[in-house]
Design a protein around this ligand. Structure first.
Ligand SMILES: [Zn+2]
Length: 116
């Protein structure tokens, strides 16, 4: 359960990134993250809603995109999205897999409320 710390950091990044629009409320936030340090969507949304209270993010919708982990079979060179539940090559079934770098947690998009 590291979602609370992640949510707090995320909130600080959002506030820092939105200083130009400081009087506007945020309605939607999109983040992406990788697979190894994957966050639980439900726990993250709950944690974010809690830290967002009384800030410009209060009530904002949080969308979480999970970026697949790229990997390549060392045997047949097939590139595919790594799956922790079946860690073998989908083509030749080899377990000799080179796993790429995990995607970091990124703030992708902030949507502000419209002017009246
Ligand atoms: Zn293969």
């Amino acid at each position: 359960m590291h979602e609370a710390a992640v949510a707090e950091n995320l909130l600080q990044s959002i506030i820092a990134a939105s200083t130009e629009h400081s009087d506007k409320k945020i309605v939607r936030v999109v983040i992406s993250c990788g697979q190894i340090n994957a966050i639980n969507d439900e726990a993250m949304q709950f944690a974010f809603a809690a830290v967002a209270e009384d800030t410009i993010c209060e009530g904002a919708i949080l969308e979480i995109k999970h970026i697949p982990l790229k990997s390549q079979c060392r045997k047949c060179k097939l590139e595919f999205d790594f799956d922790f539940y079946s860690p073998t090559c989908p083509d030749c079934d080899s377990g000799d897999i080179a796993i790429g770098a995990d995607a970091p947690l990124l703030l992708e998009e902030i949507e502000f409320e419209e002017d009246d």
